[in-house]
Write a protein that binds this ligand. Sequence first.
Ligand SMILES: NC(=O)c1ccc[n+]([C@@H]2O[C@H](COP(=O)([O-])OP(=O)(O)OC[C@H]3O[C@@H](n4cnc5c(N)ncnc54)[C@H](OP(=O)(O)O)[C@@H]3O)[C@@H](O)[C@H]2O)c1
Length: 297
Amino acid sequence: MRVCLVFGGGGQVGRELARAIPPDGWRVEALDRATADITDAAALSAILDRLQPAAAINAAAYTGVDKAESEPERAYAINAVGAGHVAAAAAKHKVPLVHLSTDFVFHDAKGGALAEDAAVDPRGYYASSKLAGEVEVRRRGASHAIVRTSWVFGVFGGNFVKTVLRLAHERPELGVVDDQRGAPTPAADIARTALAIARRLAGPDVGSEHFGTFHYCGAPATTWHGFAEAILAAAATHGHPCPPVRINNEYRTTATRPVDSTLDCGKLARLYGIAQPDWRQGLASVLGELLAGGRGP
Ligand SMILES: NC(=O)c1ccc[n+]([C@@H]2O[C@H](COP(=O)([O-])OP(=O)(O)OC[C@H]3O[C@@H](n4cnc5c(N)ncnc54)[C@H](OP(=O)(O)O)[C@@H]3O)[C@@H](O)[C@H]2O)c1
């Protein structure tokens, strides 16, 4: 059995990786922060020595977008320095690495879709630390695929879907911004895609074109307001409360969000045959799991 080692196994994507059906002949070894702290370079090297993985996926990150504004050192220690440690360990052990990154490296697609080589424009410490992580991964010499994704939601951890479901119980009406455009992406689809990329990078059918930077997000693009309406409409089919969602662009966050971070995912489709998932299908299955049998989120 070939091992795909996962860092960040306790997160939204990490837990989906842990329960995903691996490619034939593979097993996933998902390690959470307690077992594999990516800020500890020596520990990472020892883990790779012990497990001898055929590929690795880095899903570990500091994802507190607003909190990063008050603790930027911590965000950089994990998202930049830690990502570099993972890449260095992968390079040393000749293990191909799939590293997850974010649409936050961009600010405004201006109604189009951002290709991998579009000019970056990170705002805030989370965004800058993730961009610095990409730079680290590229310069450490590991064979890698950096996969930028956006608006992650799923069954595990905290996310927008769960927040909307909770607020629908608490409030007669929800106010959500419609001045930020992007694409929700189911964590389970990211996990499947990351595994497919890892398998390819470690396999005999890999070519130089399979390495580099890729975009992967759900379709169609929407706004947070549109996403909230879709969540409640789908949740209503489970008997969940469905208050009206009005547009509220007064909502302020500590960190600046991208205005339009719609990603062009054509490169991944061309080179890997991986299509964008329709996030509405992923939403239906997440809600099915969260709300089945009248269970709350
Ligand atoms: N969430 C989104 O909307 C979004 C959007 C675009 C891109 N992304 C990217 O997608 C990837 C996965 O995100 P996610 O939503 O799954 O994030 P998540 O749910 O916050 O999971 C990240 C995991 O990393 C762990 N972690 C933090 N510091 C660590 C360390 N030093 N060593 C090892 N593990 C550590 C966290 O553990 P603790 O919980 O113990 O801190 C957490 O389990 C990240 O690269 C993120 O930047 C996310």
